[in-house]
Design a protein around this ligand. Structure first.
Ligand code: GDP
Ligand code: IMO
Ligand code: MG
Length: 427
């Protein structure tokens, strides 16, 4: 298999970093195609924890080319911080193993500020964004006032474009939000200096990836966030600002849709969500707390406690179908050890009527009635188990039950944060 898409099948934080890192050992290129530093992808290698935000999760494997595609919203300061942080820990990051699209949108300081101000303006309707400037940057991309990474490398051009953009943003920050304005000269100097440092990594990476694929190299596309946070297909408006699933790859990496050979969704054995918005299987009481404590469910980017609840087969089925996934990777199975009973949402009811499919037409998902089925849990600690047959019968039954509900094979199980803590099942 020469090209594979791996994406989050829930509301993000499914364990993509861990799984992408694992799969990176068998590929040549790892490509991010959307999102930005709102992502926090955790990789644990021999107890050492790395949290990646913009750099693809293949970076810990020497020899892989890690690509930040044109669809990513790049905060140059954050990217350089990440490069420096990895180098300080002895991870090699060079212009050979990290490539950055000249066409990726730049996140400026005014985007980060506008993200915060817009949230304040929304009041009770706030999204609960990560504050990384994602929405404002993608909005500027669509309205064609944004600057791209390549623009930072052309001082005269950058000066003109930034002047126009900042004049408008300053007016909004001052007159709408009652905030102070940013100084154009110092912003220009800051971003030109950042551009200069990033220059060695910059290129026409879409062409590089297509060429590599043509030459038989193996390419892995790393999704950020999750399908339920997709701007078009998620729980709008409580979503991020990009196409998070396999559907984001052609535009966000310049890679033909028909050449994406395999797709795998990743889902936790339960469900979490950070930020606001509908979450039909959320458990706000003791069960939610127990999952949060057992899974250490706190955001990798913002440290916020994650909302926790039962596995939602309706949502995962929807993500799998939307992305044409061939299989699912199930993570955090170990976290469910010790629960007397495990519930799973098998379908929803809307106005008394059973809905097997995700009700995309519903404005208010809070109105769905979730139909659960409950089965007995297991007590054994799964974290040291490496073979499917080692798992207790009730854990295997749980996996096979989910498999029957989502309609695709569960190809890999994860039973702990470390790279080694996996149980292959056909991937
Ligand atoms: P991502 O954004 O999808 O890459 O996921 P995050 O890194 O934000 O969150 C996943 C969290 O779960 C991280 O703390 C991981 O180290 C951890 N993790 C990943 N897989 C497993 C697993 O199978 N079991 C447990 N207990 N933790 C896991
Ligand atoms: P990874 O890649 C979980 C959520 C935010 C908020 C909404 C919009 O680690 O899975 P944004 O800053 O993108 O405008 O916020 O999306 N969100 C995530 N939730 N994991 C992520 O990334 C997320 N990235 C954004 O909490 O609800
Ligand atoms: Mg995360």
């Amino acid at each position: 298999m020469s090209s594979v898409s791996v994406f989050g099948a829930q509301w993000g934080d499914e364990g993509k970093g861990k799984i992408i890192d694992l799969l990176s050992s068998d590929v040549d290129y790892v490509v991010r195609y959307q999102g930005g530093a709102n992502a926090g992808h955790t990789v644990v290698v021999s107890g050492e924890k790395y949290v990646l935000h913009l750099i693809p999760s293949g970076i810990l494997h020497p020899g892989r080319v890690n690509v930040i595609g044109n669809g990513v919203a790049v905060d140059p300061a954050k990217l350089l911080e990440e490069i420096d942080g990895l180098r300080e820990r002895g991870v090699e990051v060079t212009s050979q193993n990290l490539r950055l699209s000249a066409n990726a949108q730049v996140i400026f300081e005014h985007h980060r500020l506008m993200d915060r101000y817009a949230e304040r303006w929304r009041g009770d309707g706030r999204i609960g964004t990560t504050g990384r400037g994602i929405g404002p940057s993608y909005a500027d991309k669509a309205s064609r006032t944004g600057l791209r990474v390549g623009d930072l490398l052309e001082p005269d051009h950058c000066a003109l474009r930034l002047k126009a953009a900042l004049a408008e943003k300053n007016a909004v920050m001052e007159k709408v939000h009652g905030e102070s304005v940013l100084d154009y000269d110092s912003q220009l100097a800051t971003y030109l200096a950042l551009g200069e440092r990033l220059a060695p990594f910059v290129g026409d990476v879409a062409a590089e990836v297509r060429r590599a694929y043509r030459e038989g190299k193996r390419v892995l596309f790393e999704g950020a966030q999750g399908v339920m946070l997709d701007i078009d297909h998620g729980t709008y408006p409580f979503v991020t600002s990009s196409n998070t699933g396999t559907n984001g790859i052609p535009a966000g990496a310049g890679f033909p849709a028909k050449q994406i050979e395999k797709a795998y969704g990743i889902a936790k054995a339960y469900c979490t969500r950070v930020g606001e918005g509908p979450f039909p299987t959320e458990q706000e009481g003791a069960i939610g707390k127990r999952i949060r404590d057992a899974g250490n469910e706190y955001g990798a980017t913002t440290g916020r406690p994650r909302r926790c609840g039962w596995f939602d087969a309706v949502a995962v089925r929807y993500g799998i179908e939307l992305c044409g996934a061939d299989g699912l990777v199930l993570t955090n199975l170990d976290v469910l050890s010790g629960f007397e009973e495990l519930s799973v949402a098998t379908h929803y009811k809307v106005a008394g009527e059973t809905r097997e499919d995700y009700p995309a037409d519903l404005v208010d998902l809070g109105r769905v009635e979730v139909v659960y089925e409950t089965r007995p849990g297991w007590n054994d600690d799964l974290t040291a188990m490496r073979k499917y047959d080692d798992l207790p019968l009730l854990a295997r039954e749980y996996v096979e039950w989910l498999e029957s509900l989502i309609g695709v094979p569960i190809v890999l199980l994860s039973v702990g944060p470390d790279r080694e803590q996996v149980i292959p099942r056909g991937i």
